[in-house]
Design a binder for this molecule. Sequence first.
Ligand code: C5P
Length: 398
Amino acid sequence: MLKGKKIILGITGSIAAYKACYIIRGLIKKGAEVQVVITPAGKEFITPITLSALTSKPVISDFFGQRDGSWNSHVDLGLWADAVVIAPATASTIGKMANGIADNMLITTYLSAKAPVFVAPAMDLDMYAHPSTHANLDKLRSYGNYIIEPGSGFLASHLVGKGRMEEPENIIQVLEDYFSQSGDLAGKNVMITAGPTFEKIDPVRFIGNYSSGKMGFALAEECASRGANVYLISGPVSLKTHNNKIQRFDIESASEMAEKAMELFPKSDIAILCAAVADFTPLTKSSSKIKREKDNLNIELKPTQDIAAYLGSIKKTNQRMIGFALETNNEFDNATAKLNRKNLDFIVLNSLNEEGAGFQHETNKITIIDKKGSTHFDLKSKSEVAKDIIDYLINSQA
Ligand code: C5P
């Protein structure tokens, strides 16, 4: 959710400033880029060196470079950010924000910001309870800012009450929730099949394929990061999911995948069928290990159900379906035939003839084919390819 997000962290003069370090660590671990803007009072509580070491960026505090005549553009900063988080926010900073008193770099950045602003107050209980604080917080709410309410408990003053800045992990969670609800797939259920299937021959052997599941898992992360609830039906792979909006269902065979897909498809807005499903499965499965014999061993295979074709036949008009075609020859014609036969909205073609594309690779080179024609993409990492596919889906919907 926070991957690649640009966050301005405003730090002001409260003892809770030390907790800003944990906010930075948490955001960076989740892939965000953090720029600290600190007030003069904030610097009394925590050193810019600590903060720049954690963010790998110089900390911004002054309008002007003291020695070289340079200046920090609050306008550029305000436009750069995907979110502004002011944590801890003192009564003084909240008052200045509410009334536009732009006497430091943080307030000017706040006034210039186009991004959503989150404010985590931190102060003593009587300061927090004062009517002026409440009036100022109400003003911030009326500007569309989000207030992350302080908690109750032991305060630095040794008093006990409301005013403790919300814990860093909860502040990060608020941001994650915000970005997940504001993504272009927010509120959508997306079902994704991924990986290979294993078709049992006997208790120790199976028919499988080389699919690693990487493309399907990259799509699951991409959809979840854009706000979707993802149902990921995965064959046997050694991959992990990271986003908690992904619900994972591990299956082994094509028939187990089909059963799960049929259960989840009716509540899905979008289905992405990325799995390399076995087309055949043994007619009978031996209950004991098949012994070596002199003669050839014949295993009779029967076709599996084509999940995509079945779902395509029951697809409602408000459901979208994307399929994949991994081809070795007559790529375009084969993929187009599948697009039509399986009633897909579009099909993603990858050719095993392309260097760096297909099974096991970290990269992929795709062509998207739909009724209107075909679009070629460059060789990219699978997560970038996932982004291209979802962008295409969103744009073709518009
Ligand atoms: O195997 P084939 O090339 O026909 O697969 C094309 C598409 O159909 C893929 O999206 C694949 O996930 C899907 N498929 C399926 N069930 C099968 C075979 C393929 O959903 N049994």
